[in-house]
Design a protein around this ligand. Sequence first.
Ligand code: BTN
Length: 267
Amino acid sequence: MPDLAEQIRTGRLIDSLGSAGAFYDLHYVETTSSTNDDVRAAALRGASEGLVIVAGYQSAGRGRRGRRWWSKRGQGLTCSVLLRPSLAPAASHLLAFAAALSAAAAIESCAHVSARTKWPNDILVKGKKIGGVLVESRVAGSQIEAAIVGIGLNHYGRSGDWPQEVQERAITLEAAGPARLPSRGAMLATLLVELHARYLGLQSDGGDDLLAEWRQRDIVLGKQVTVTLGSETVEALAVEVGPCGELILEGSNGVRRTVTAGEVTLR
Ligand code: BTN
């Protein structure tokens, strides 16, 4: 089995995407600071949507809320996709949903391991984080001009390789123990096909299907949660996701409030 770099560089991976292959322009870099930075720079130079940069190693991979994204060389699947959707900025969340749901679908169809999502952007296997999505958008007027959709998935290795604080909360696909561990190339190909389908769906129905799918996969809806919003902590019932992917909470006094960002933990 050729490795991921070779599958991308020879064009073999894009050829395996079927009709979705025409949408993507796929590149591999051995080392970079962050694929989100590379795709953002390309977007500023006028790159078309569908550009994908996959990295063997990121020296400054980042996650949400200013966190680092840890992945040893060749162990994870780290990539960023450029999208230029006709969507209002508030709908950026829906792009994160599309990417997280696509990653969950790829895990299930390639590894036959059950995967869930956790608002707003986590992908979970066996209750632990296997991946995350970081969407960084550039806005022009009332539209998203460019959305950089960064996806990180823990593939090979064991969580013992990671910093202590990450170990208890995270898992790799290998550690999840699939009967047969798929290659990263197979995972990436499926992820890109799934993302393309959800992106087209989002543009045509405004997100109805995506939200319905999210409600099925999300682990926090209907549960009592603690949400950390900067220095504020809120304890509430996670009731619903709104039309732009915002989380609707209900306090014990019945008062509802909507949050668009934050860290959610189950109580
Ligand atoms: C999170 O869970 O907080 C989001 C993690 C997103 C990580 C990916 S890896 C590829 C892309 N490049 C980055 O620097 N971050 C994203």
